[in-house]
Design a protein around this ligand. Sequence first.
Ligand code: GLY
Length: 381
Amino acid sequence: MSNVNASIETDASRAPWVDEVWDKIIGKVERMSQSIGADFPYISYNGKYKSEEADWWTNGFWPGLMWLVYRENKVEELKDTAAQIEALMDPVLTDYYPLHHDVGFMWSLSSVAQYKLLGGEVSKRRAMTAASHLVGRYNARGQFIRAWNQPERVGWAIIDCMMNLPLLYWASEESGDPRFKHVAALHADTTLREFLRPDGSSHHIVCFDPETGERQEALGGQGYSPDSAWSRGTAWALYGMALSARYTGDQRYINAAKRAAHFFLANVPEDGLPPWDFRAPWEEGMAMDSSASACAASGMLELSLLVPKSESELYRSAAEKLIFKLNEKYTAWDDPNEEAILRMGTANRPKQAHVNNPMIYGDYFFAEAVCKLRGVHDTFW
Ligand code: GLY
């Protein structure tokens, strides 16, 4: 557990713009905490974040964003608001039915974050409860973690789940019980085999027979088609594989993260803003997804710590360039009436849901990547 009172060691060799952006993030998050408070912001419309129900998968990102800032500026109000949100999610944790595989997103960035920074039995118990639920979703025949709850989706797994695995690795480290990490690694192995393509792109959904574990088919899901390349899915694969590599040291996960990183970099436009799917036909008013770039950048910064020194700079500088470009064109610093940090995210293009809007996880990954560019690499994942 790190000590919140210890001073944060930043890397003095960083570019000056990185500190300027970080200062803007601090100011913005302090203002957001006034206007949003203890709530579940998801997508911003006309400058205001709209909130979701307590079980929504993105509910960890707002407390996570406040913890990133609190870690450095120690503003008590941020801590208190983040802690209140964690408590507001308790009914979800005890109700069972609303829980899904995204307990990792939800409780890594809230309870694990608070626990890593401040300790506390209540946060630890919440995160262990969430990890126990996630392990309970494991299908031993197919060696995958079930994503969603609808009866017809009992055999479905999705690429996003790679970001839920750190909760399991953390639970093994905390409890001394290796079962959590065994399940995480088996799911990561299935993802390597069944989701990731040789070119570094990924399926969104793969369906298995829940009785036999046999692979049935891949689905397009939030991507354009089963064989397309949903850009946020590539980012989930990249960052998720890097995180599994960090916890296990498995070179296969590092190689997979590298493949995903190279695919992302080969396809992202020069201004750092990817289309929602790298293989979707271009159209007027194309749906773009800044959250994919922010997440990919943070993932590349994680990867830069896992590869030999000779390769590290490649991933660090690629991430820096992405964040520089996003900051230059797609941040909302110039608009005092916009609550969000990052514009132009797309939640779900096939459903036409929230296209080219700011999204709370875009804000989170952008801020997390900026922290890493400053040399602060400890993460809540
Ligand atoms: N995890 C859901 C999404 O990426 O939209």
